[in-house]
Design a protein around this ligand. Structure first.
Ligand SMILES: Nc1ncnc2c1ncn2[C@@H]1O[C@H](COP(=O)(O)OP(=O)(O)OP(=O)(O)O)[C@@H](O)[C@H]1O
Length: 313
């Protein structure tokens, strides 16, 4: 559905996206993850035909974005990270305006708008003024707006940003439904664990470069070997004991320590189960106060930090 070949975008002398190559198959939900300024919005704007590449080719379906932007626009629904809603317009009027812009016949619009509002859970707000909606509702209305012409591909720039947990769950459920409907979805976010749950694939972008791409499991395997083991120590563990633990583990394993949970250490472990049992015995023989040793299949937040550590900084 999407093919990006050696894409570079420069703003003056500044390179925002550098030699990016990426393919996203139809039907996938692709999470585009990266810190602020990594180049996600720039890439999405190019896909949405709103910005021209400096170098490289970008295809949506069979069409190249600069050669055939009108055809590309028919295939995509784009939801920017910030968008305005107009004062003095009711929800149905707002969607009717966009349906008109896509030349949807007037007589078809009421049922289309009705089903879009149902999809995004806004049926009871049909007659509300858009500027009276909550942030979460506005985001869902923006999503409905991007769907008026029934696009095959949705490009959603941080659709869950600034939403409270309940609103994020609602957004996530709608995206699941869209996936069931067969849409291909490209979604960017900082909310990494949520992307892990709903995406089929993840691309990690840092300083304009794609630093990892694959399924969440593949990325986890790439970074950590086979498994991530979580060692929980007694909460009362002293600084000196903690240092003793890391000194013991350091030469052999890659260690990840979350500063907000000082008594928990994660390591990349690529041994067998028997070796894992042996490893636990070693910790105990060293009189390390282990409360539990568990497997973590890959928290995307940690993976992301590990992959992007130091890149571009
Ligand atoms: N119009 C512009 N002119 C100059 N520099 C720009 C312009 N737009 C973006 N940039 C720069 O390009 C880089 C990539 O920006 P971009 O908005 O694509 O990143 P992003 O990953 O979407 O970040 P965020 O998560 O903050 O939205 C940033 O350093 C940004 O400052």
């Amino acid at each position: 559905m999407i093919r990006i070949e050696d894409l570079t975008k420069k703003y003056g002398k500044y390179t925002a996206v550098s030699h990016l190559n990426l393919q996203i198959p139809s039907g996938s939900v692709f999470g585009f993850v990266g810190p602020n300024g990594a180049g996600k919005t720039t890439t999405m704007l190019i896909l949405a035909t709103l910005l021209e590449p400096t170098e490289g080719k970008v295809y949506v379906g069979d069409f190249e974005v600069t050669e055939n932007p009108a055809a590309v626009r028919r295939l995509i629904g784009y939801m920017p990270d910030f968008f305005g809603v107009y004062d003095n317009l009711k929800v149905t009027e707002y969607l009717d305006f966009y349906a008109g812009a896509y030349q949807i016949p007037r007589e078809k619009r009421p049922s289309l708008i009705g089903s879009l509002l149902e999809l995004v859970n806004l049926s009871d707000k049909a007659d509300s003024y858009v500027d009276h909606l909550s942030r979460g509702m506005k985001q869902r209305l923006g999503l409905a707006r991007s769907l008026v012409h029934d696009p095959q591909l949705l490009i959603l720039d941080e659709p869950a940003s600034g939403l409270d947990p309940r609103a994020r769950i609602e957004m996530k459920e709608i995206l699941k439904e869209l996936r069931r409907m067969g849409k291909t979805i490209l979604i960017s976010s900082h909310i990494l664990p949520e992307l892990a749950e709903m995406c089929t694939d993840i691309g990690v972008i840092e300083a304009g470069k794609l630093v990892a791409v694959g399924s969440v499991d593949q990325i986890a395997a790439k970074v950590y070997g086979n498994r991530l083991l979580k060692i929980r120590l007694l909460p009362s563990v002293s600084e000196s004991d903690l240092k003793r633990v890391t000194d013991f583990l350091q030469p052999k394993y890659r260690i990840l320590q979350n500063r907000s949970v000082p008594n928990e250490i994660q390591i990349a472990f690529d041994g067998t189960e028997a070796e894992q049992a042996e490893f636990l015995k070693m910790l105990i023989d060293q009189r390390i106060p282990v409360v539990s040793l568990s497997e973590d299949s890959g928290n995307l937040e940690d993976i992301f930090l590990a992959i992007t550590k130091g890149v571009g900084s």
